[in-house]
Design a protein around this ligand. Structure first.
Ligand code: ADP
Length: 508
């Protein structure tokens, strides 16, 4: 393997290009017209244009991507996450074109592609799944009979599901028929397949997932868990490793279950088994993501294993040197910095990044696909960057994340930065008392907390301006602090910061 085409954009394309460079591999970027000047295009050794901005005409065009790889003499394709990464047909097409696929075999993607097939496989290999069925429901009468057997509440799920589509919680028998009908309709529209099955609805679980690495020579290891319970509408927002709810014994049991599931699917490369962890400590396999995940850096920081490098090395035929599962050291946390306005219902925000201050210092990692001058459009995912920190303990990781978020400045569009600051300040989050409904329950108070803070900031600015005026008039320092903003948190701003704030260039 000498030259790798990266079939993706944004931060993950850059992440793969960096891994290639460290391994002495050539890298090739592909891009749509919207990304002609994007970071991944500038950083790669070569770049090939795919087509117009919509993904369906660029990053989802498997045929053009394989053609591009051939035209530049690339011998491997890394799909990143999203786009074509979990399309069985694309993995197969890459292989059929005589190229190396940096991912699991097409057969393993297929085995984990349907929720019911994955459940059947898990059960056969002693991996616990949420109680429920694996056969599609015939009609409402059958659904009622099964629901009565498992007890309400139940969850109707599309077999072909993804992104929370075709999923309905049913709390009582009277809602069953209409919920089934709407779940089937949604599944049909989204996936062209209306098969829906039943799971018991687990109350107050955490989302805990296990990272696995498998080589092509039969070795498969677990690299511990990631806690991803802070979600909004099934979208993860903050991830950490390890999980506050997992001890060494549970980690071992979940790791062993994940390895059994991966082996059962004939898995090779990096993959993730997602589990629900119930308040009683019972865990249930949900599905396997057959690709690298957005949140992989938190595992890298607590294990010291470079997962993207290992994806490439495994694809090139190398053997894993680790004989046993790897335990975490310290604590890592990731905030997804998106171009969304949390105080305004997470409304997407677009524009040009006019100013960017990237956090630094001990234990801080910044994985981004944007820089100053980047245009953020509505064509692609709103994630601009991932801010990741490492510290010896969870409390120190939270303090470090807060400090890093405080340093971060992105001007030109709205971002989720403020929202993440509020989460880091939240007492329940600090205690680790989170489950998958936590954020939805807490959202109003988190987002609502912004107004008083802004008042504090305004008072601080007023105090700073007063102090500056008085300094110019050579009034001794302190005399100015008698005004209403005297208690503001940072009256001692530099002239640069004061100028920026008074012009609204920097919000905190
Ligand atoms: P999708 O592939 O559509 O995202 P998942 O099976 O991963 O569907 O489920 C999405 C989310 O729904 C999970 O992350 C979890 O938050 C919640 N969920 C899934 N199954 C259950 C269940 N049986 N009980 C409670 N919550 C569930």
């Amino acid at each position: 393997m000498k030259k790798v085409l990266v079939a993706n954009r944004g931060e993950i394309a850059l992440r793969v290009i960096r891994a290639c460079r460290e391994l002495g591999l050539q890298s090739v970027a592909v891009y749509s017209d919207a990304d002609a000047r994007a970071s991944h295009v500038r950083e790669a050794d070569e770049a090939v244009r795919l087509g117009p901005p919509p993904s369906s005409e660029s990053y989802l065009r498997g045929d053009l991507i394989i053609e591009a790889a051939k035209s530049v003499g690339a011998d491997a394709i890394h799909p990143g996450y999203g786009f074509l990464s979990e399309r069985e047909w694309f993995a197969r097409a890459v292989r059929d074109a005589g190229l190396i696929w940096v991912g699991p075999p097409a057969e393993a993607i297929a085995a984990m592609g349907s929720k019911t097939a994955a459940r059947t496989l898990a059960v056969a290999h002693d991996v616990p799944v949420v109680p429920g069925t694996t056969e599609p429901l015939r009609d409402a009468a059958e659904a009622a009979e099964i629901a009565a057997r498992f007890g309400y509440p139940i969850l109707l799920k599309a077999a072909a599901g993804g992104g929370g589509k075709g999923m309905r919680v049913v709390r009582e028998p009277s809602q069953l028929a209409s919920s089934l009908e709407s779940a089937q309709r949604e599944a049909k529209n989204a996936f062209g397949d209306d098969a829906v099955y039943v799971e018991k609805y687990i109350e107050g679980p955490r989302h805990v997932e296990i990272q696995v690495l498998a080589d092509a020579h039969g070795r498969c290891i677990a690299l511990g868990e990631r806690e991803c319970s802070v979600q909004r509408r099934h979208q993860k927002m903050i991830e950490e490793a390890p999980s506050p709810a997992v001890n060494a014994e549970l980690r071992k049991a979940m790791g062993a279950a994940a390895v059994r599931a991966a082996k059962a699917a004939g898995y090779v490369n990096a993959g993730t088994c997602e589990f629900l962890l119930a308040p009683d400590g019972q865990f249930y396999f949900l599905e396997m993501n057959t690709r690298i995940q957005v949140e992989h850096p938190v595992t890298e920081l607590v294990t010291g294993v470079d997962l993207v490098q290992w994806q490439l090395r495994i694809a090139a035929g190398e053997r894993l040197p680790f004989t046993a599962s790897i335990d975490p050291r310290g604590w890592a946390m990731e905030c997804r910095i998106t171009s969304e306005d949390a105080s305004n219902g997470f409304l997407p925000s677009t524009g040009r990044i006019q100013y960017l201050r990237i956090p630094g210092g001990p234990g801080v990692r910044w994985d981004a696909g944007v820089g100053i001058g980047s245009e953020v459009s509505l064509f692609y995912d709103p994630m601009l960057a991932k801010l990741i920190v490492w510290a010896p303990t969870r409390a120190e990781a939270i303090a470090r994340m807060h400090r890093a978020l405080d340093e971060l400045t992105i001007d030109g569009l709205e971002t989720s930065r403020e929202f993440h600051l509020r989460v880091m300040e939240d007492e329940e989050f600090q205690r680790g008392a989170i489950d998958i409904q936590w954020l939805e329950r807490r959202l109003d108070s988190l987002v609502g907390a912004r107004a008083p803070r802004e008042q504090v900031e305004a008072a601080a600015i007023a105090a700073a301006l007063l102090a500056e005026r008085d300094r110019m008039q050579r009034v001794p320092r302190g005399a100015a602090a008698a005004g209403p903003g005297a208690a503001g948190p940072r009256p001692e701003l530099s002239p640069w910061a004061r100028a920026a704030r008074s012009q609204g260039l920097r919000d905190a």
